[in-house]
Design a protein around this ligand. Sequence first.
Ligand code: BTN
Length: 254
Amino acid sequence: MELKAALAECCWGHPHEFHSVITSTNERAKAWAQAGAPEGALVVADHQSAGRGRFGRTWVAPPGTALLFSVVLRPALEPPRAPLIALLAAAAVRQAVEQDTGIRAAIKWPNDVLADGKKLAGVLAESLLAGSHLAAVIAGIGVNVNQETFATERATSLYGLKGRTYQRFGLLATILEEMRIRYQALLAGDSVALLAECRTHSATIGQDVVLSGGGGQIRGRAVDIDSDGRLVLDTQDGLVRAVAGEVTTGEDVL
Ligand code: BTN
């Protein structure tokens, strides 16, 4: 399916840009947002030469295999609530993947999508501030669609899970629609359904975890996601609420 045809029914993606190669769709969307791109402006790429992940990591995928895009959002939210955008993006990807492929995926807090315990998709949400006001959020999403192999055993793709290739832009349209539904509810003041969904489909809650970030580590049992999207950990020192960080679970917790 052509990108233009896939986006025809979407409320986001107007305007949109498609790049055969770009450094990073997030970088381009950020520059576009700074130059006045409207809400819903979308940047899609076949390949990124400098794709970025969380914590300054790189995001790598062979040309033409992954779904790589960034959407410009202009939410009327207080900056501390901006992390909810990343959460809603992960929830939307999880739902869209299930809807389009039947694959049962889970959300690893805060915004990775796992299937079969391996990373299927990641979200990099970046805020642009104008003073103390949230001018835009760039929601950048990478979904492993048709990659046949990975350098790590911790990643998978739709192809790896189902043994067949998928139309990337059809999935893009489903993700955008699922994002829009959750985004409208959030802006209308309703984050209850989103948080319930994140709890129900969490790969993190109920696990003994190590949370790394900000130069330190916290060890505890993940017991909840609170109304601001923070991870609640039951630790030796009582309940701790984490706004951000990287969670390690399972056999990786020594
Ligand atoms: C992560 O898991 O660390 C987040 C990965 C986010 C990758 C996507 S690919 C499209 C967009 N452009 C980027 O440079 N990064 C995001």
